[in-house]
Design a protein around this ligand. Structure first.
Ligand SMILES: [Zn+2]
Length: 96
């Protein structure tokens, strides 16, 4: 599987985690009233869920696939923004 495909799968997982975090905050808000603890828990959940994002780096120059210049975007780049390496090409070692 290419780096782009794995990164895209991670992006979908993050979308699910985000929905879960929003649901958690809304549910706690409805049941117990406004709670900054639920909000903090949701932020923690997102941070933990997003940690693998740092592993999706260009094999050629090491630039993260989720960065466009200095900006972080929620969807990975199909090709590296620094060196132009095709991130959608399957890793050579996985073809054998
Ligand atoms: Zn690169």
């Amino acid at each position: 599987m290419s780096l782009y495909a794995r990164a895209a799968r991670h992006a979908w997982r993050m979308l699910g985690a985000l929905a879960l975090a929003v649901l958690l905050v809304v549910a706690v808000d409805r049941l117990y009233g406004h709670s900054s603890f639920a909000f903090a828990a949701a932020i923690m959940l997102l941070l933990v869920a997003n940690a693998p994002m740092l592993r999706f780096n260009c094999p050629q120059c090491g630039k993260n696939a989720f960065f466009r210049g200095p900006f972080v975007v929620p969807w990975p780049n199909r090709s590296c923004t620094r060196c132009g390496h095709d991130l959608d090409r399957p890793h050579p070692s996985q073809n054998r």
